[in-house]
Design a protein. Structure first.
Length: 278
C-alpha cells in the first residue's frame, strides 16, 4: 500500500491506525507521532496524493490520510483567538505562511500546505489540502480536505473543491497546473482536471458525470477533464419510463494548444458563445 512509493511519513502511523479505537487526547506518545506526521503535510514535506507522471495515475498516500484522521482522535478541543475572532476546534489554524498572501477573512487549517506565492482571498482551505505556488484561491472559494491544487491555478469566486478523508484510500480532487476553474463551479468526489484546462462558470464535475467531446458526441471519461481543454456544464437527454429528461454532463468545447497561456478575453469569447463565462 503506502510503502509502494516510500511514504515519507513514519510507519508508526500504521500501527496507531490498527489500535485507533483506543486512542485519545491523553495518549501523549501517540499524539507526538501523529502531530509530527501532520506537521510534515503542513510543511509540504509529504502530501496526501499526487499524479505519477510515468503512469498518469493518481497515487494516494494512505498513511498521510490516516495521520489526519488520527489527529481528530488525539487532539482535544482548544480555544484559539486571532484578533477579535475566537475559534473552538480540535484542529488549530495554520501558522506556517511563508511567502503567502492572506487577505483578511481567509482561513487555512493546520495540516494544509500553501506554497510561497499563493494568494488567499477570503476563502477556506481545509486540512490535508495542497495548494501550489502562484495559485489564487478567490473570494468564498473552498479547498476541501486533502484536495490537491497545482501551480498557477485560479479558483474563481465561489468555487467549491470537494474534500475527502474516508476511506483512507479514496482519491481526492486533483486540479493540475495552469488551470482556470470558473466561478461557482463544483469539483467533487475525487474528480480530476488535468493540466492547462479551463472550466466554465457553474460547471459540476464528479466521477458520475460524463465528460463528452462536443465535436463528436463521444464520451471521453467520467469525472476527468483532459489536459488543455475548455469545458462547460451541459445536459444530455435520456429516456426514462416517466418521460425524457436532461441529465448533467460536461462538454469539452475546445482543445487548447499544449502550453498555451490563458488569454482571459479570448477564453471569455469562447465561453460566451456557449452561454457561460469564466
Amino acid at each position: 500500500m503506502t510503502d509502494a512509493f516510500n511514504s515519507p511519513i513514519s510507519a508508526d502511523i500504521d500501527e496507531l491506525w490498527e489500535r485507533r479505537a483506543d486512542l485519545g487526547p491523553d495518549d501523549a506518545a501517540a499524539r507526538a507521532v501523529i502531530v509530527a506526521a501532520v506537521d510534515s503535510i503542513d510543511a509540504g514535506e509529504s502530501r496526501v496524493a499526487f499524479v505519477d507522471r510515468a503512469t498518469d495515475e493518481v497515487v494516494v498516500d494512505e498513511r498521510a490520510k490516516r495521520a489526519i484522521l488520527l489527529s481528530f482522535k488525539v487532539l482535544g478541543m482548544a480555544r484559539a483567538q486571532v484578533g477579535d475572532f475566537h475559534y473552538n476546534d480540535r484542529i488549530p489554524l495554520k501558522s506556517r505562511l511563508d511567502g503567502v498572501r492572506v487577505v483578511p477573512g481567509a482561513i487555512a487549517r493546520w495540516g494544509s500546505y500553501l506554497a510561497p506565492g499563493v494568494v488567499l482571498m477570503p476563502s477556506f482551505v481545509n486540512i490535508g489540502a495542497y495548494v501550489g505556488s502562484g495559485t489564487m484561491v478567490d473570494t468564498w472559494a473552498t479547498v476541501g480536505s486533502c484536495a490537491q491544487i497545482g501551480t498557477n491555478v485560479h479558483l474563481s469566486g465561489g468555487v467549491g473543491i470537494g474534500g475527502v478523508l474516508e476511506p483512507p484510500n479514496a482519491k481526492p480532487v486533483i486540479i493540475e497546473d495552469e488551470c482556470l476553474i470558473g466561478s461557482r463551479s463544483m469539483i467533487t468526489d475525487g474528480a480530476r482536471v488535468s493540466t492547462g484546462s479551463v472550466i466554465g462558470a457553474g460547471t459540476i464535475l464528479n466521477p458520475s458525470i460524463p465528460v463528452i467531446d462536443a465535436q463528436t458526441g463521444d464520451e471521453i471519461s467520467r469525472g476527468h477533464v483532459p489536459a488543455w481543454s475548455v469545458a462547460v456544464g451541459g445536459t444530455r437527454v435520456k429516456d426514462f419510463a416517466g418521460g425524457t429528461f436532461g441529465l448533467p454532463c460536461v462538454l469539452v468545447i475546445k482543445r487548447l494548444t499544449e502550453g498555451e497561456r490563458h488569454d482571459k478575453a479570448s477564453l471569455n469569447d469562447i465561453l460566451r458563445d456557449h452561454g457561460v463565462s469564466a
